[in-house]
Design a protein. Structure first.
Length: 533
């Protein structure tokens, strides 16, 4: 019997995506399937997900989840055909945004919404007729963080893995809500008294629940796994992670090489490959036109494509650009992103001040992201911290050379170009820099521009970057080895149930969920699964 793995996540491209998490989940699922694993994804049935998924059929009805009753639908991913289980709770998930309203405010009932996802995962792990029971439940980020805890509370035998994609987002909520979502009082007590507690600086933390209760924890690069146990990168969670250090490891993300492939990409002006990059010129022309830049084939064209936030050092970029533009008269920037309003405006002001040299598109546009990677010469990717980063992997595959911060997955995936050192252009794929001041960015970009002026060095860099193996094969083997350890260690008929009565709380919960569910505290070990006709 093949290993059965259930991936639990709030996003999976193309059903739902706000960033790299969605790309990772669907690409990794396809890689697991290719490796012979019986894999499914469990995620919310957002309206767009229902529209894009194929062969959708109802399989079960679940009663008494933290947010009320649900329908479980089975479908397939449109590209890969991987099985996806969609948790339909329209009062929680049929909304415009995944986590926030159109004004950018977090939905007030995110705890109830994602506790419901985690509770549904634990039910599937306990057994739902017509759905294979997983050997491994692999939960991703805070949205799925309660999964390992609910599995324990329900006495499920399957093993749990929790992957941290970004420790900056922790899903923290008032502690008083814990009882309502079925967390026993002793697991809400000050953390010092019980290391299984999910209390975190006076709040309930879904991220901490995943960290403390999973059988294994992974992060999306090895360097980030080392960084997050330090105060600088730990976002307050470093102590918790240190205490759980024995189960923590890093496995770097791969990318979906069939989607991000300049030889077959339907989004770009002309295909090209490592042995014939002529098509990249046409892609550059198209990008210059789309971003209102001067049509200059020899101008160094720098792309920025990311969330416009402090994590991505967008504030530093805004400060660094004017001087760079003065200093290098032909330098151009194409900027695609959205994020903090102030940073979006600052980028637009730069475009207005430097017509023909800075082009900005605010918004989220998948097609444009492909054009950007294909048409640019350089990707500027500053990050104060970067768990893995996928953008630099896409850029390298398109022969666009990254200039990036020496942190996390950026440092693990980019080989720095240092022409006078032993690591010369034989293996370099980009430029790494330390620091988060505008002169750090300017200096690094200066190094890249010097190499750009030397065609032979530049072509060597492009060849190395385009030939880098960024596929999922090696990392999938690492995950499989980790799963194998867990499955081998699983006692027959394990009963790890924490037998406690859930606490109760009457603090504000989603009014709609309360109406649907009544005033009963959620009980992770109870609840029905009713088969649909
Ligand atoms: P993060 O998840 O931290 O934002 P990653 O590099 O892992 O960073 O993933 C970002 C993903 O989101 C990539 O697929 C990137 O192309 C995409 N992306 C980011 N901003 C935009 C945008 N404005 N339009 C289209 N795609 C975007
Ligand atoms: C997060 C991280 C990013 C990573 C992605 C996928 O969004 O910020 O670095 O690449 O998850 O794992």
């Amino acid at each position: 019997m093949p290993l059965n793995v259930l991936l639990v996540a709030s996003e999976a491209f193309p059903l739902a995506k706000t960033g790299g998490l969605g790309d990772m989940v669907s690409a990794y699922a396809a890689a697991l399937r290719d490796a012979g694993v019986d894999v499914s994804i469990l995620m919310p049935a957002y309206p767009a997900a229902l529209e894009r998924a194929i062969d959708v059929v109802p399989v079960a009805r679940m009663t008494g989840l933290p947010g009320g009753d649900a329908r479980l639908l089975r479908a397939r991913m449109p590209d890969s055909g991987v099985t996806v289980l969609l948790l339909q709770m329209d009062h929680l998930f049929a909304r415009e945004g995944l986590y926030r309203d159109p004004q950018g405010r977090d939905y007030l009932d995110n705890l109830t919404r994602f506790a419901s996802l985690a509770a549904a995962a634990a039910r599937v792990a306990r057994g739902v007729r017509n759905v294979k029971r997983p050997d491994i439940v692999h939960a991703h980020d805070w949205h799925a963080g309660l999964t390992p805890l609910y599995m324990r509370l329900a006495g499920v035998g399957a093993k749990s893995v929790f992957t941290i994609h970004n420790l900056a987002f922790q899903g923290n909520h008032p502690l008083a809500m814990g009882g309502w979502i079925g967390v026993p009082p002793e697991l809400l007590a000050p953390a010092l008294s019980d290391e299984r507690s999910i209390e975190f600086y006076g709040l309930l933390s879904m991220m901490k629940a995943g960290i403390v209760h999973a059988d294994r924890i992974t992060t999306v690069s090895q360097r980030y796994a080392r960084e997050i146990v330090t105060p600088h990168f730990g976002h307050g969670m470093e102590g918790v992670l240190l205490a759980q250090g024995a189960k923590l490891s890093g496995i770097v993300n791969g990318i979906e090489t069939s989607v991000w492939n300049p030889a077959t990409d339907a989004h770009i002006a002309r295909p090209y490959c490592v042995d014939d990059t002529a098509g990249k010129q046409a892609c550059k022309r198209e990008l210059q036109q789309a971003f209102g830049l001067v049509r200059d084939p020899f101008a160094p064209l720098v792309a920025i494509g990311s969330r416009l936030t402090e994590q991505k050092m967008a504030d530093v970029v805004v400060r660094a650009l004017p001087e760079l533009l003065e200093h290098y008269p032909r330098l151009q920037f194409a900027i695609l992103g959205q994020g903090e309003r102030g940073l979006e405006h600052a980028m637009q002001e730069l475009a207005a001040a430097w017509p023909g040299r800075v082009g900005v598109q605010i918004g989220y546009d998948e097609h444009c992201a492909h054009m950007l990677h294909a048409g640019a010469d350089i990707l500027l990717h500053g990050s104060r911290f970067e768990p893995c980063g996928l953008t630099q992997l896409y850029a390298m595959r398109y022969g666009t050379i990254p200039v990036a911060s020496r942190v996390g997955g950026l440092a693990d995936t980019i080989v720095d170009y240092a022409p006078h050192e032993s690591r010369d252009e034989d293996c370099a794929t980009g430029f790494l820099f330390d620091g988060d001041q505008s002169h750090d960015v300017a200096q690094a970009l200066g190094r890249a521009l010097a190499a750009f002026m030397q065609p032979s060095s530049w072509h060597a860099l492009q060849r190395n970057a385009m030939s880098r193996d960024s596929g999922w094969k090696a990392s999938t083997s690492n995950y499989l080895a980790l799963y194998a350890e867990l499955v081998d260690a699983r006692p027959a008929l394990a009963d790890t149930r924490v037998r406690k009565t859930p606490g109760r709380s009457r603090t504000a919960v989603s009014a709609e969920a309360q109406r649907v569910r009544g005033d009963e505290a959620f009980n992770p070990g109870a609840g029905e699964i009713v088969l649909t006709a």
